[in-house]
Design a protein around this ligand. Structure first.
Ligand code: RIB
Length: 316
């Protein structure tokens, strides 16, 4: 089968975002600065970011048969994402995330999965063609684990690269790790997955190695503004981050994964794909809302070139 593009198997949420000066304590009431309704969810964020970066992108997901679902479907279509495998579930509401963003750009998120809980192994099998025909499958953990494992298995059998963002963190079976070409935890997720500290570079590298021993092909530790650390059996690679004025870091990790996948499916090296991922993730933090500042390919390249990242031509 001729394989191309990115397939995202995962969650779609409507983000209800409140901007506040500071996070409040239990029992305390504070006045927010603003309220917005955005499209979000780790899966949808990855799909929109990949499409903006120029990758042919298909989404496999579940929405409720409600107004939020209608809104999200239209938004994905506007972005050019193939929504042929986005199911509408009559009995569920679309997923919702309550998000607070403070003046430092940090966030707190509570998710109600709704229809996302219906993205089962059976739905992965029903979407076999979309999953098996992509060059790169993007996964996250806001939907049932059985579906994530089945999607990874289908992609792996078909020869697609499997990239799992283990977020939100939860215990993972070795069976799933062994199906992943790349696992992309941040420091908190890396510590939670391994039970090891992951603050310093040395600690993070040791924790990544623990996941490789359990079966993961390579581990990319996303370290925010500091960049990314890739550890594989072949060695270690450091890709520095880009300093920007962060307004809202929601979905920076999702954008990173999409950027890395977009680079790989375009035929770029792992090193170049990491740089593209870091640039896209940095730019995504410069406006309020998960998807608001996700860059076009040309914008990510402009940041790379401004920083003298030679070797990142326009790909033509
Ligand atoms: O990764 C960011 C996303 O996490 C938000 O868009 C929110 O929907 C939650 O799923």
């Amino acid at each position: 089968m001729n394989k191309s593009g990115v397939c995202v198997f995962g969650s779609l949420n409507i983000d209800l975002t409140v901007r506040l000066e500071r996070f409040h304590a239990p029992g305390e009431t504070v006045t927010g600065r603003s309220f917005h309704t955005f499209t979000g969810g780790k899966g949808g964020n990855q799909a929109v970011a990949a499409a903006r970066l120029g990758a042919r992108t298909a989404m496999v997901a579940c929405l409720g048969a409600d107004a939020n679902g209608d809104m999200y479907l239209r938004a994905l279509e506007r972005e050019g994402v193939d929504t042929g495998r986005v199911a509408r579930v009559e009995s569920e509401t679309s997923g919702v995330a309550l998000i607070e963003v403070d003046d430092a750009g940090e966030n707190r998120i509570a998710v109600v999965p709704g229809a996302n809980a219906c993205l089962t192994a059976a739905r992965a099998r029903a979407a076999r063609e979309a999953i098996a025909s992509c060059a790169c499958l993007l996964l996250q953990l806001e939907t049932p684990l059985e579906g994530v494992i089945e999607a990874a298995r289908i992609a792996r059998e078909a020869g697609a690269a499997v990239i799992l963002d283990p977020a939100p963190a939860r215990p993972l079976p070795d069976e799933l790790l062994a199906l992943c070409d790349y696992l992309t935890p941040n420091e908190t997720e890396l510590a939670s997955l391994t039970g090891l500290r992951a603050d310093s570079d040395e600690e993070a590298e040791a924790a990544c190695r623990r996941l490789i021993e359990r079966g993961a092909g390579a581990v990319i530790n996303k370290r925010g503004a500091k960049g990314a650390l890739l550890v594989s059996r072949a060695g270690v690679m450091n890709a520095p981050g880009f300093p920007v004025n962060a307004v809202d870091t929601t979905a920076a990790g999702d954008t990173f994964n999409a950027g890395f996948a977009a680079g790989l499916v375009e035929g770029r090296s792992v090193e170049e794909s990491l740089r593209l991922a870091n640039a896209a993730a940095a730019l995504s933090t410069t406006a309020l809302g998960a998807q608001a500042a996700m860059p076009a390919y040309s914008e990510a390249l402009a940041l790379l070139n401004k920083n003298g990242e030679l070797g990142m031509g326009n790909g033509e």
